[in-house]
Design a protein around this ligand. Structure first.
Ligand code: BGC
Ligand code: MG
Length: 534
């Protein structure tokens, strides 16, 4: 139907690994790459096709590695470049791809480019970052840091103070501010070339693509990201020509824009909560499914309104579905865990939804067993409230949940002390465990092209404030209807559709689906879903 790009992405399901917290092989309390390798059979057993690893490069870890000091070197605590190469090989042996995290917009202050750039004497790196030309200068809407460098100027930052923005130029440099360079300035072009070299370095070592951190932020004062998009289209051209099977996945949170900019996929993460900085601080509403006024659709209360999600989703879907994919994650290292306040049965409904939607689903490590969010634990490496979603993977009831042999005080973050905490070992042999239901849902998706990334998507019933949600997926002659009712009460939907023939329930509960005149009626029991061949 579509697009050039990596064929494998069309039906891919990703698993995100936060390397600090997945599996510690050497007992230092921090997860590492050999630890990940030794759990690849587990990852493969989920049925997923690809891994995304958060940054694993040399870093002072002021922002958990999103402050890179050397793009070409694996941080010691995770192992060596050789280990990472072995991870690529071992994953490939098991039919899985590995995507790295490319932090393209900023480095750490420890990066050698920045150290050079900070010097008073002009050198090749002076304009690799955005510096005002006097320490009293006004940088307008940009954040700057004063008083840290030998040169007479302030540097622009992208996120934390210690993440100086790399210089990709300004869309329309202000003539009154000669320090604002145009995008074609040789230094801005050199920075871009550095990043392309970094991508090629890892692709040549066997990596399969990148999740690009804050991909929208390259060019400054760039309305509608026009110039930034131009840069990415250039990068995509290079990939199409030289690495056609490499995936380019944006953290842009605007699929319509990101896919237009050349990305194969972009995340859509609870828009309200990501863009409203209040939500990031008040501890509320960061649940990826807390759409519309903080009331999650996926809740027993049945109070959420799926339109808070669906209207934005459909808008982006229709704008982007011919050229790329929307990636829906169960969560990630920046947001509250899905498991917070939800039972395994409730979580299964969320997975049933995610794994039957178009695009590329991402499962955040631990969500497949329903790990809980840990509030009020000490911040680690700039995690702050995000730290609670970054706790050690819970493998077994053993010491440190089987994550590490280190003394508990040495762990990256404390393990959830709850005696009833979930773990992989407890769920392995139970067919009804969340882990095994997730495996079954992934297998269901993989077994039915209509459920894959490219399958057509059509909403059949989604009334404001009502359950159930009913939608149709289609590919070729295959048609699959999905009905989800998170509320405890049974819910009925009446909808029109082209000719569908109620068939076998592939997964979920028995439901009543019947044709009555020109309409179909479906009744879904409380807290239930059904995936039905039609
Ligand atoms: C990452 C964050 C990180 C920030 C700055 C993001 O959006 O996901 O974890 O702190 O970029 O690099
Ligand atoms: Mg370790």
């Amino acid at each position: 139907m579509r697009r050039m790009g990596p064929e494998w992405l069309a039906d891919a399901v990703f698993y995100q690994i936060y390397p600090q917290s997945f599996n510690d092989s050497n007992g230092d309390g921090v997860g590492d790459i050999p630890g990940i390798i030794s759990k690849l059979d587990y990852v493969q057993s989920l049925g997923v096709d690809a891994l995304w690893l958060n940054p694993c490069f040399e870093s002072p870890f002021n922002d958990a590695g999103y402050d890179v000091a050397d793009y070409r070197k694996v941080a010691k605590r995770y192992g060596t470049n050789r280990d990472l190469k072995r991870l690529f090989t071992e994953a490939h042996k098991r039919g899985m791809k590995v995507c790295l995290d490319l932090v393209v917009g900023h480095t750490s202050i420890e990066h050698k480019w920045f150290k050079e750039s900070s010097k008073a004497n002009a050198n090749a790196y002076s304009d690799y970052y955005i510096w005002t030309d006097d320490w009293t200068a006004d940088a307008g809407n940009l954040n700057t840091i004063r008083g840290m460098a030998g040169r007479n100027g302030n540097f622009v930052t992208n996120f934390f103070w210690s993440q100086p923005a790399l210089n990709y130029g300004f869309a329309k440099p202000d003539p009154q501010k000669p320090w604002q360079l145009g995008v074609h300035h040789p230094s801005c072009q050199a920075v871009l070339q550095e990043m392309i070299d970094v991508m090629q370095f890892w692709l040549d070592l066997g990596c399969d693509g990148f999740r690009v951190d804050m991909a929208y932020c390259l060019v400054k004062n760039d309305p509608a990201c026009k110039q930034t998009s131009k840069i990415w289209r250039g990068v995509r051209k290079m990939l199409d020509a030289e690495y056609p099977q490499a995936a380019l996945i944006a953290e842009w949170n605007n699929p319509a824009e990101a896919i237009q900019a050349g990305f194969h996929a972009d995340f859509m993460i609870n828009f309200d909560c990501i863009t409203d900085p209040g939500c990031l601080n008040d501890g509320k509403c960061r649940d990826p499914f807390a759409y519309s006024n903080g009331e999650p659709f996926f809740s027993k209360a049945g109070k959420g309104d799926v339109h808070g999600f669906l209207d934005t989703y459909l808008d982006h879907y229709h704008q982007s579905c011919k050229a790329g994919y929307i990636a829906l994650p169960t969560g990630n290292h920046d947001i509250i865990r899905l498991g917070q306040g939800r039972t395994a049965a409730e979580l299964e409904l969320v997975f049933a939804f995610l794994l039957t939607m178009p695009g590329v689903p991402f499962i955040y490590y631990g969500d497949e067993i329903g790990m809980d969010h840990r509030h009020n634990i000490p911040t680690v490496e700039g995690g702050y409230t995000r730290t609670g979603a970054r706790t050690p993977m819970q493998w077994s009831p053993a010491k440190n949940a089987g994550f590490s042999t280190a003394h508990p005080s040495k762990l990256y973050t404390p393990v959830d002390p709850d005696k009833a905490r979930v773990c992989v070992a407890d769920q392995e042999d139970d067919d009804h465990s969340l882990l095994n239901r997730v495996r079954a849902l992934v297998a269901l998706r993989k077994g039915h092209k209509a459920l894959g990334g490219d399958g057509h998507f059509e909403v059949l019933y989604a009334e404001p404030g009502q359950c159930p949600l009913v939608y149709l997926r289609k590919r070729g002659r295959e048609r699959i209807l999905i009905a989800i009712n998170p509320a405890t009460q049974p819910a009925e939907a009446i909808f029109a559709s082209e000719d569908i023939r109620p068939g076998e329930v592939l997964m979920g509960s028995r439901v009543d689906l019947a044709e009555k005149g020109p309409k179909y009626h479906i009744t879904v029991p409380g807290s239930a879903y059904a995936v039905i061949k039609v």
